[in-house]
Design a protein. Structure first.
Length: 620
């Protein structure tokens, strides 16, 4: 193999392996010395504009350096503002349990700046500051803007939406409901309930292991973390969404309601399906459900009861999602100056939302949700644990360093999929990550050492140490290949390029990495892709494939099982077979609790037919 073959790709990886995030400097686009803290209004806004520019250029610079710049700029702007000395936090904050009110994130909401990370985090990660909230909000805005511009509901959902016009909703409200459905479906296809790491068992309550930015970055989250992502997407487009808790006691919520007009339309984040109307189609309203609880039978498959009862519907509590940063006076002021391409919803007024929803039919109580505040403590809990701390540092190294994979994930979250004149897209960067692993793997030991040396890495003469370092590099690039393959499937499914999606989920992920933590998610992706092909071509064969992958996941604890059983039962062309598979699933885990929370674009094809095809024919 030529030492220069794919050298640019390999060296980019290896420099990061050795040097971490590197020393690439950010060039200020405004002169910090010209706008002092005494600058008034408009000129001080340049600090905010510059901070937003850095967020839009996040793929170009080390994230830790961007964090430092963004927080400095935001706080320089904030110093120039006139804080209202009479401003008080939202009254609903005072209604929270004392243990929640005492958390660090809920202190000094009226006067504090944008907070940096706790000092004790600095040696392990740059994460843990309010930059995380800002970048997560920016991702949600980018995603929701892209969905609004590029996606339309599928035919069956559009038929339901059209039927609502001039009955109870006007055209604008119907459009909003269709948009909410698209946000829900994006969340389901991108945020996957992977099996909990054995070291995390029992250490995090549902919804608290990852904050929203972290769930977005990692493609993973349980039902409540999915709910927070969905709510954030809705919020960025002006849609009010809340979590619904049915019944009393400690039963975990799993449903989000989106307020359209005077109705709450219901989406189940655990089943990965809207709560349907009586006939199994459309999106159910809370007002109808409390009058006709028997219609919940539409959410039951042949052998899985739906975990909400008529008695539960007598007590419906709405939980308002509001991160602590979104409750500060700083974000109240910031939202007022964000405009144009920088517009984001960064502030939440829980009491105003409570006033709007209090008269909705079926609602018995409205509270500020405690789970988001607990999730903000997740990094501290991880770093204080002797096992989870090092694992979190490895995770941050994978996602926060300037490797082709991490850059591709950032581009994917910014919805930049295709190469442009002066910017790479997520697809080609993921493909480069896959090829990088192959090129390093097929090189002999001498060539591998030469590649690392060209990247600036010095080696001891000890052959055992050299082999140890080479093994470490190989494991790292292999993990990136796995994650890149899965995300290429996610992108292809998003673009309804179903054959390409199946290839990357089945061949690129499951076959190459049979123990992947995204196994159930890949099964779900294949099933959704096959279902899409079945609908396009009226193909019973593809419907059967979808049926098989919805029902044949051999993980009896998979969070997908209940929702997948219902999707399989509803498949056109194969209704008669769904009950048989449902019984087979129940036989495999008969004691599974009912409340258990149950985963090609032309350019992608071109990439697959060149580098991916070459991989298939030449790899060992």
């Amino acid at each position: 193999m030529s030492r220069t073959h794919h050298t640019s790709s390999i060296l980019l990886l290896l420099v990061v392996l050795v040097l971490g995030c590197g020393e690439r400097k950010i060039r200020p686009q405004v002169d910090h010395t010209k706008a002092t803290v005494s600058t008034e209004g408009g000129s001080a806004k340049q600090f905010v504009d510059q901070a937003m520019t850095y967020l839009r250029d996040l793929d170009r610079y080390p994230t830790g350096k961007v964090k430092a710049e963004v927080l400095e700029l935001m706080n320089r702007w904030l110093i120039s503002q006139k804080l209202d000395p009479t401003w008080q936090p939202d009254p609903m904050v005072a209604e929270l349990p004392e243990a929640i009110q005492s958390l660090p994130g809920l202190q000094d909401l009226e006067s504090r700046p944008f907070l940096d990370q706790p000092p004790q985090f600095a040696s392990a990660t740059f994460r843990g500051s309010e930059f995380d909230f800002l970048v997560g909000t920016f991702w949600a805005k980018s995603i929701s803007d892209w969905i609004r511009k590029n996606k339309t509901p599928p035919a069956d959902m559009q038929a339901f939406l059209d039927a609502q016009i001039d009955q109870t909703l006007d055209q604008s409200q119907v459009n909003d409901l269709g948009l909410a459905y698209l946000f829900f479906d994006w969340t389901i296809r991108h945020i996957h309930p992977v099996r909990t790491n054995e070291h995390e068992e029992g250490k995090f309550a549902p919804g608290t292991s990852r904050d929203t930015w972290n769930a977005l970055q990692l493609n993973e989250g349980d039902a409540l973390e999915r709910a927070r992502v969905f709510i954030q997407l809705c919020r960025q487009q002006g849609l009010d969404a809340v979590v619904l808790k049915f019944g009393q006691g400690d039963k975990q919520p799993q449903v989000v309601g989106v307020a359209i007009g005077q109705e709450l339309f219901l989406f189940d984040m655990a089943y990965a399906l809207p709560i349907s109307e009586k006939d199994g189609t459309g999106i159910q309203r809370l007002s109808h459900l409390v009058k006709h609880p028997e219609d919940l039978q539409a959410m039951a498959s042949a052998n899985y009861k739906y975990p909400v009862t008529a008695e539960d519907l007598e007590n419906v509590t709405l939980l308002i999602e509001a991160p602590s940063t979104a409750l500060t006076q700083a974000t109240k002021l910031l939202e007022g100056v964000l405009s144009g391409d920088s517009t984001m919803k960064v502030h939440v007024d829980p009491s105003s939302l409570k006033d709007r929803l209090s008269n909705f039919q079926g609602v018995t109580d409205i509270q500020l949700w405690t789970t988001p505040f607990e999730a903000e403590m997740a990094i501290g809990k991880r770093l204080s644990d002797p096992v989870l701390g090092p694992l979190f540092q490895v995770e941050r190294w994978i996602y926060d360093t300037m490797t082709p994979f991490a850059t591709a994930r950032t581009l994917q979250l910014m919805c930049i999929f295709d190469d442009e004149s002066q910017q790479r897209g997520a697809r080609s960067m993921f493909m480069e990550t896959r090829l990088m692993e192959r090129q390093f793997r097929i090189a002999n030991e001498r060539e591998q050492l030469e590649m690392l040396a060209m990247g600036g890495m010095e080696f001891p003469d000890n052959p055992e140490v050299q082999r140890f370092l080479l093994d470490r590099v190989q494991k790292n690039v292999l993990l990136w290949r796995e994650l890149a393959s899965f995300n290429l499937g996610v992108i292809a499914l998003e673009d309804e390029q179903f054959e390409s999606a199946i290839y990357f989920f089945e061949n690129g992920t499951l076959e190459e990495f049979p123990n992947t933590r995204f196994k159930s998610a890949a099964f779900y992706g294949i099933a959704r892709s096959a279902e899409g092909l079945a609908q396009q071509d009226e193909s019973q064969e593809m419907a059967q494939t979808a049926f098989d992958f919805y029902t044949d996941d051999d993980d009896v604890l998979s969070a997908y099982r209940r929702g997948n059983a219902l999707r399989a039962q509803r498949l056109p062309l194969l209704e008669s077979k769904a009950e048989t598979a449902d019984k087979r699933q129940t036989a495999e885990d008969p004691e599974m609790p009912e409340t258990e929370f149950e985963s090609p674009d032309d350019k992608a094809n071109a990439a697959e037919s060149s580098p991916a095809e070459a991989e298939q024919t030449t790899e060992n």
